[in-house]
Design a protein around this ligand. Structure first.
Ligand code: ADP
Length: 225
């Protein structure tokens, strides 16, 4: 049996009903290997974000199943689903969503606090995470004083607050120039080397070429390799 950290079977997702029914996913069987660097690619509007939301336990399927690190999400109540999400998945989005009035360190400390890390440990852990994304020297800078690539690295550090096994990202470099993109990719590749499963939705062929596992979504289904 393969070691898949994420597995879906006959996964479907429908939005709306009647005349407005959209079948965003139409029966997806997916396995994402633990420790892989996975890219999800495909044309706009074909179901990538829907798939990302489902494998990140941000939404529930219409049909079929999603297993996250061995746990089927269908039967979970809201609280259990939120707990699973917090434990297993670190999210990074295209727009960094950092709190503008807080420093880089404080942004991460806030996430650590929400993750239940005690106050005494927060500062040290925040600084460790900043070092991990090679931003130790920017701990006291606010987002407005950081470049786009640096802000995204703070967002990645924040996503690691719970030490989740999976980093899940929607176009994390979609808003960045090519040198900032290279910075962010270098950090993601290093985290992957250290054992994180990295999953990203991307429109960039260059980024997709660096994946060791490629998932192609077309018209709500997966395409073969
Ligand atoms: P992609 O990420 O590949 O651009 P999406 O997963 O966002 O594709 O969308 C797949 C399909 O589902 C599209 O037809 C889109 O319009 C539709 N869709 C996505 N989210 C919603 C929603 N919340 N309500 C209704 N339709 C949606």
């Amino acid at each position: 049996m393969s070691d898949a950290i994420i597995r879906t079977e006959n996964l479907t997702k429908e939005y709306g009903r009647g005349a407005t029914l959209t079948r965003a996913l139409r029966g997806v069987d997916l396995e994402i290997p633990r420790g892989s660097f996975t890219c999800i690619v495909g044309p706009s509007g074909h179901g990538k974000s829907t798939l990302m939301h489902l494998i990140g336990a941000l939404d529930r399927p219409s049909g079929g199943s999603v297993h996250i690190d061995g746990q089927e999400i269908a039967g979970l109540g809201e609280k259990a689903l939120a707990a699973l999400r917090a434990e297993k998945i670190g999210f990074v989005f295209q727009f960094f969503n950092l709190l503008q009035n807080l420093t880089a360190r404080e942004n991460i400390e806030t996430a650590l606090m929400l993750a239940g890390v005690g106050e005494a440990r927060q500062r040290q852990r925040a600084d460790e995470l900043l070092a991990l994304v090679q931003l130790a020297e920017k701990a006291d800078a606010k987002p407005g004083q950081l470049s786009g690539g640096q802000q995204q690295r703070v967002a990645i550090a924040r996503a690691l607050a719970n030490d989740p096994p999976v980093l899940l990202m929607d176009e994390p470099t979609g808003n960045l120039d090519s040198s900032a993109e290279a910075e962010v990719m270098a950090v993601l590749e290093e985290l992957n080397r250290q054992g994180k499963t990295v999953i990203l939705v991307t429109h960039s062929g260059e980024i997709a070429a660096r994946a060791n596992h490629l998932v192609r979504v077309r018209d709500g289904l997966l395409e073969g390799p």
